[in-house]
Design a protein around this ligand. Structure first.
Ligand code: F6R
Length: 368
């Protein structure tokens, strides 16, 4: 049942190429246009949407943060991302033109469910991104995009997260298609790139032994930091969450640009810092990240960098370097999250913890 793996979590990490491929299956019609069968909102309703609010908890919330970068870029409408547990208690501005996107692997998370119930009382449209057919959240939504990860048994979300990202990208591209904010060719090109992601994820999984060796080195470390920018920022947060959940050690993710506003004071000799380095592009993201890494290294941190193939600028500042395939920055979370999952799984295993059933946690949180 675990396919020869020690944990369901590890099995599920290695299933990700398949899970991502399945989640992309059948999303284009014969003419090459995106079609999302389960999105039962008319084109007219979708064209009227003037704001998106993504609500979710935990790992699903981090997928929502990536959705914000993607949907704002492709659709030019404002996207807010909010923790489901906070959403209802702040009197959010909801109208008929608001699309509320609830992301939930289990479809049963009480905080998220209560949030969509509230949104519906305000007449907003609710779209669920969910991995569990027929669960409560999709049943109470106007529309749903199912991820096709297959059952996720490990308590820590892995393939659930990657397939949520895929669903978020598809939603963003679909909205762009309906609203006409992007040319069809451009949309088709991104879908093509998405279709290459399973192979890229496979390449990253091929480096598992390098990540495991790192985990062996860091057994006993009291604290690990994670840095990212842009779509790499939620990946940093996710890497930190995985480590807290599974290895029970202090871990924090930061937006790299925020370091100098406080967190850099934490940096001390030998502190391991994972750095999600954005692809080199026309923007300044990559250069800014490299200089942030330089800063922490000058203060004694051990930098473990995730950087794309061919990125030589990072080499002088990386104590450890794990290569990622060359992909656009918006899609990079699909490859960058994987070594962080492997690291947390391995470190927790080496520490003797039950990876599939971390202490104090349940797979679906059905109380508020
Ligand atoms: C982290 C994790 C949790 C869930 C969160 C939301 O590994 O599993 O943070 O992501 O409880 O759960 P769903 O997506 O089922 O609503």
């Amino acid at each position: 049942e675990k396919d020869g793996h020690d944990w369901f979590m590890r099995k599920e990490i290695f299933e990700q190429p398949r899970a991502v491929a399945d989640s992309l299956l059948g999303r284009r019609n014969a003419a090459g246009r995106l079609q999302l069968d389960e999105v039962r909102l008319s084109d007219e309703e979708l064209r009227d949407i003037d704001k998106v609010i993504v609500i979710a908890c935990g790992t699903s919330f981090y997928a929502g943060m990536v959705a914000k970068y993607a949907i704002e870029h492709w659709c030019r409408i404002p996207v807010e991302v909010e923790l489901a547990s906070e959403f209802r208690y702040r009197d959010p501005i909801l109208t008929r033109e608001t699309l509320v996107v609830a992301i939930s692997q289990s479809g049963e998370t009480a905080d998220t469910l209560q949030a969509i119930r509230h949104a519906r009382t305000q007449r907003s449209k609710v779209l669920a991104i969910c991995n569990s057919n027929g669960s409560t959240i999709p049943r109470e939504s106007d529309a749903v995009i199912y991820t096709h990860a297959g059952p996720e048994i490990g308590v820590a979300s892995t393939k659930g997260f990657l397939t949520q990202l895929v669903a978020c990208y598809l939603l963003g591209l679909y909205l762009a298609q309906v609203k006409g904010t992007r040319y069809n060719d451009e949309i088709a090109q991104v879908v093509d790139q998405l279709e290459q992601m399973p192979a890229h994820i496979e390449t990253v999984l091929g480096q598992a032994d390098q990540v495991y060796a790192l985990a062996r080195e860091f057994v006993g470390t009291p604290s690990v930091l994670f840095l990212g920018r842009h779509a790499g920022y939620p990946v940093a947060l996710e890497g930190a969450l995985k480590l807290k959940e599974l290895a029970y050690i202090h871990a924090e993710g930061f937006a790299a640009g925020e370091l100098k506003h406080g967190p850099i004071a934490l940096v001390d000799d030998g502190l391991p810092i994972w750095c999600v380095v954005p692809p080199r592009g026309r923007d300044q993201l990559h250069e800014k990240m490299v200089s942030g890494i330089q800063e922490v290294r000058a203060r004694g941190a051990r930098t473990i960098c995730l950087a794309e193939e061919g990125d030589t600028a990072i080499e002088p500042y990386a104590d450890e370097l794990i290569r990622l395939p060359k992909v656009p920055v918006l899609l990079q979370p699909l490859v960058a999250a994987v070594p962080l999952q492997l690291f947390a799984c391995e470190l927790a295993t080496l520490m003797g913890h039950d990876v599939d059933m971390p202490r104090n946690l349940a797979k679906s949180v059905t109380v508020e």
